[in-house]
Design a protein around this ligand. Structure first.
Ligand SMILES: C[S@@+](CC[C@H](N)C(=O)[O-])C[C@H]1O[C@@H](n2cnc3c(N)ncnc32)[C@H](O)[C@@H]1O
Length: 207
């Protein structure tokens, strides 16, 4: 009997975030959609998507990351313009209102300097998303870690692996969702990484 090679999955999907992969399995990101990866890093979450016909854009505050993502895009989707990838803080995105069908923001928001910066980034992610579009965010929060982390400033916590991160709590997240008027496509899902951090996934639809 013929078996599919299990190893070909990694070759195809690369290092795509497993929770984003879940959204692919649910059919929420389709060929031809316009997608922004906000805080794209070197582009692990858009490599496969570009190969699958998604029109990807990226923003990151790191020039080195944007140089790498441009090189990756030139290799896997040569028709994509290098101008799709910009050096920018997420709190001031150089994109038009409602430009994107999908906005991804994975492992970025907990690098906020403070609550104003955090709120500013979320507002921008929402501004560039079109009504009916999906915002997928993964961020470290205090959910499930309440009382277990050392607080070193307003919503700033010393993480066991070294840095101090801005951690939203559930109350702040729920207040933001209510302010945005977002529809939750999934309940809040939080994974606890033992003795280290809590990672929450938000999957929202703009009305
Ligand atoms: C942990 S990496 C995650 C990269 C990518 N999203 C992923 O999942 O692989 C965090 C990225 O966010 C970027 N970043 C952090 N704060 C940012 C900000 N305020 N605006 C734009 N990019 C930011 C960093 O330069 C870095 O590339």
């Amino acid at each position: 009997m013929f078996h599919l090679p299990l190893t070909s999955l990694a070759a195809q999907l690369g290092d795509i975030d497993i929770y984003l992969f879940d959204q692919l399995l649910k059919g929420r990101i389709r060929k031809g959609v316009t997608l922004l990866d906000a805080g794209c890093g070197t582009g692990r979450n858009i490599r496969y998507l570009m190969q699958a016909g998604v029109k990807a854009f990226g923003a990151d505050s790191s020039e080195a990351a944007i140089a790498k993502v441009r090189a990756m895009a030139a290799e896997v989707a040569p028709a994509t313009s290098a101008k799709n990838f910009v050096v920018s803080d997420l709190a001031a995105l150089p994109f038009a209102d409602e430009q994107f069908d999908v906005v991804l923001c994975s492992a970025v928001l907990h690098f906020a300097k403070d609550e104003m910066h955090f709120r500013g980034m979320v507002q921008e992610l929402w501004r560039v998303l079109q009504p009916g579009g999906m915002l997928f965010c993964r961020l470290s929060t205090t959910i499930g870690m309440e009382g277990k982390l050392q607080q070193v400033g307003e919503r700033l916590y010393q993480m066991p692996h070294g840095p101090a991160w801005f951690l939203a709590d559930e109350k702040l997240l729920r207040e933001l969702l209510a302010t945005l008027g977002a529809t939750m496509l999934e309940p809040l899902k939080t994974v606890l990484v033992e003795q280290d951090r809590s990672m929450t996934t938000l999957v929202l639809q703009k009305r």
